[in-house]
Design a protein around this ligand. Structure first.
Ligand code: ASP
Length: 325
């Protein structure tokens, strides 16, 4: 018998409902159960059999580190079962890239793990949830998806978890991988790949969260022109385990923020608010004790630093992780 696809519902707009068919922004996310979402998707039967798990039903801005840990453990248990061929997760789009990257680094498998969602609520005019879910299932059933790491499927595109980002507040074409581009497309019920991520993931990842109940506390601080001292001072005073500074341009940190955040007891990583490109190490980083995010977005640099700190506190080793993952 064909192996099952495990469908996991976590909430988001794909499970959302508005007051009317034309309500595309004021709706409530995370209302419908996975069974109700599936009832609106034609054509899933040939890609079965399935098993269903309602993990949560929340807006993805409310996803916490605990959700990531629990979801990672659940997905790991599922892919470890012989009768499971792959996993499809429905998720809100707002923090989808973070959940996908977390799973990409913590679930050890070659089996397909696909994350999808929608930009328009269920039942709304031109709702994109049903086609996205069907295509996510088709991607999970395509043999070439095995070994690609966690992928995000929306709007007919396949993106790798490391590089994908939500790029538009409301458009259905919101997901892109600005630096490296989409990995492929879904068409005629099959995934077509044109590239693969070169970074370490899933079965080759060194991170293991199976026995963890929490992660080191890493916080993000966005820099901006005219920033006063109070903001970085307040953040440093909370004594986090790590800090990601979302710098301007090539991760540039204003001088006054530098004075407050350099050579702290915890690791600090310079990232960029531009949305694409590399933050590379410069000579002043050695003086300030800063690490650099390479091409990871600030929010994903946070995830990598949280996981990295479960392995080492050595700054050189932590920096190497940003070149590897
Ligand atoms: N606010 C929603 C969420 O992230 C947006 C969506 O799913 O598209 O849960």
């Amino acid at each position: 018998m064909e192996k099952k696809i495990a469908l996991i519902g976590t909430g988001g707009t794909i499970a959302g409902q508005g007051a009317s068919d034309t309500d595309l922004t004021g709706y409530t996310a995370g209302v419908l159960g996975l069974d109700e979402i599936l009832a609106s998707v034609p054509g899933t039967e040939p890609y079965g059999p399935y098993t269903y798990i309602q993990f949560s039903n929340i807006e993805s801005s409310d996803i916490t580190v605990k959700h990531w840990l629990d979801l990672s453990k659940l997905v790991q248990q599922l892919v470890d079962q012989d009768d499971i061929g792959g996993v499809v997760i429905t998720h809100g789009t707002d923090s989808m890239e973070e959940t996908a990257y977390f799973l990409n680094l913590t679930v050890h498998t070659d089996k397909p793990i696909v994350v999808t969602g929608s930009m328009r609520p269920a039942g709304a005019i031109s709702a994109d949830g049903p086609i996205n879910l069907l295509q996510a299932i088709q991607v999970a059933r395509t043999p070439e998806t095995a070994g690609k790491g966690v992928v995000v499927v929306l709007n007919g595109y396949i993106d790798g978890a490391r590089d994908v980002s939500k790029c538009n507040t409301t458009n259905v074409a919101t997901f892109d991988s600005p630096l490296v581009g989409h990995l492929g497309i879904v068409q005629d019920g099959v995934a077509h790949y044109y590239k693969a991520s070169t970074r370490c993931h899933t079965k080759d990842s060194e991170f293991d969260v199976r026995d963890l109940k929490e992660l080191p506390r890493v916080v993000l601080l966005t820099c901006y022109g005219g920033m006063d001292d109070m903001v970085p001072m307040s953040v440093v005073a909370t004594n986090p385990d790590g800090l990601i500074l979302t710098g301007l341009g090539h991760g540039t940190i204003p001088q006054n923020v530098r004075q407050i955040t350099q050579n702290t007891k915890f690791p600090t990583v310079r990232a960029s608010r531009t949305g694409s490109g590399m933050v590379s190490a410069v000579p002043q980083d050695t003086l300030a004790g800063y690490l650099v995010s390479n091409t990871l977005s600030p929010q994903k640099a946070r995830i990598l630093l949280m996981l990295g700190l479960t392995r080492t506190k050595n700054l050189k080793k932590l920096q190497q992780l940003f070149y590897k993952y």
